[in-house]
Design a protein around this ligand. Structure first.
Ligand SMILES: [Fe+2]
Ligand SMILES: [Fe+2]
Length: 274
């Protein structure tokens, strides 16, 4: 095990534990006042991921890899628990047992997919079992394109209906990312024949252009919300949260690009260097 494993692990845990912490807050805010037990559970998850986040920031690149392996295992357990909590909430909402709550089912499902993604990253880091680069490129893009398409839908639905122009723009992004997701799934079903360097490179280039423009749209929305210039029920932290996730996707696309067009096709998966 190496220093790269420690750096990679800390980067993933710092980013995603903050995301899990914020999900706990968003879920809590969407419950009804009488859902005291659910609110309490959400608060416990908030505290749990806040402490994980703080510990991840206290470790350094020089921390013993074995300590990080144990830490990753502990985080994995916490993420499994929040995943189960989110799926339980989804079940309650879909069976109409929380009437009048404000958590959209797709949003709850979305946050559970992000938890599952985080859990898989931790497993990959600790086992050192990495997907070959061409598979990682397709799988990560299929995952993140759907996340981006969902974000556009959430923004559209949480804006005040009178914000017609912004809703139009958000709906446009939703359609654009749905299309990109279908394209990615086509590339997926054409594996392994579709996994040529030119096709994967073009795939990354095309996705990058759209993700950049969605990220900029989210940045503008965040600024408008912060300055109270638009009408919505979007929490300012949610606006920042979806912006950071788009930025993360761009960072991943750039890492893939470097590995793909770098020296050899046998480049390691840049997401999880062990
Ligand atoms: Fe999220
Ligand atoms: Fe998200």
């Amino acid at each position: 095990m190496s220093n790269a494993f420690v750096i990679r692990s800390l980067d993933e845990v710092r980013f995603w534990s903050r995301i899990m912490k914020e999900h706990s807050l968003f879920l809590k805010l969407g419950f009804r006042c009488e859902d005291k037990q659910l609110i309490h559970e959400a608060e416990q998850f908030y505290a749990l991921f806040e402490s994980i986040e703080n510990r991840a920031h206290a470790f350094t690149a020089g921390t013993d890899p074995q300590t990080i392996t144990k830490f990753n295992e502990e985080v994995h357990t916490a993420v499994s628990h929040i995943w189960a909590f989110k799926r339980k909430i989804l079940g309650l909402i879909i069976r109409c047992q929380l009437p009048g709550g404000n958590n959209l089912p797709l949003l709850v499902d979305h946050t559970s997919r992000e938890a599952n993604y985080f859990r898989n990253r931790l497993t990959e880091l600790n086992t050192g079992r990495l997907e070959p680069l061409p598979d990682a490129i397709i799988d990560e893009n299929v995952f993140f394109l759907r996340i981006m398409a969902d974000h556009a839908k959430f923004i559209s639905h949480l804006l005040d209906p009178s914000e017609r122009k912004l809703i139009d723009q958000a709906n446009h992004f939703s359609d654009e990312f749905d299309q990109l997701l279908f394209q990615a799934r086509d590339l997926d079903s054409m594996r392994p024949q579709s996994q040529t360097v030119p096709l994967l490179d073009q795939f990354l280039d095309e996705n990058r252009v759209s993700v950049k423009s969605l990220r900029d749209f989210k940045k503008t929305a965040r600024e408008l919300i912060d300055a109270c210039r638009i009408k919505s029920i979007i929490h300012p932290l949610l606006a920042d949260h979806v912006f950071r996730e788009a930025d993360r996707f761009l960072f991943i696309i750039d890492m893939f690009e470097k590995s793909l067009t770098g020296k050899q096709s046998q480049a390691p998966n840049p997401i999880a260097i062990h």
